[in-house]
Design a protein around this ligand. Sequence first.
Ligand SMILES: [Zn+2]
Length: 176
Amino acid sequence: MSGKENILFQVADAALASPDETVRQVVFPAVRGGEKTLRDLVHECKTKGPEYRRTVQTTLRASYTGHYRRGLIQLLTVLEFRSGNTAHQPVIRPLELLVPTPRKELIHRLRTRRCELCGQCGTVAVHQVAKLAHLGTPGPGQPAWAAFMARKRRKTLVVCQPCHEVIHATPVTHAA
Ligand SMILES: [Zn+2]
């Protein structure tokens, strides 16, 4: 099956636009071929197994940077909340297979809805750096949030909006 990434994006886009509607109403119509396309995808996933998984993971890692990846995580959070309904399994199964274990850990952290900097619960987002080296080194150029991430050796941080604004207002400054 071709255009899997595109299907994934259409699913993500539709789910995020209408998170309170049912998968049948929102997600199926967003994909060309609807439910059958998703069933075929699951079938292909089951028959091809690990090789397929590895290919898609590699592709996702390469192309879903920044906000696409964040959108995917949000989508998975939404879908898994609704997975008690067996009608949703065709959508959930392939998506779960696409998520590597570190992502599952991040999804779990997102679900707590607790800011990892200030401890407040509410709407949270993921702040992400590409490399631990981007967090700088201990000293005057390293803000508290970066020191916290560096100490925990984390490239992601689940934060509330005020803390996220502080992070962007106080970037890491590197020595020349
Ligand atoms: Zn906070």
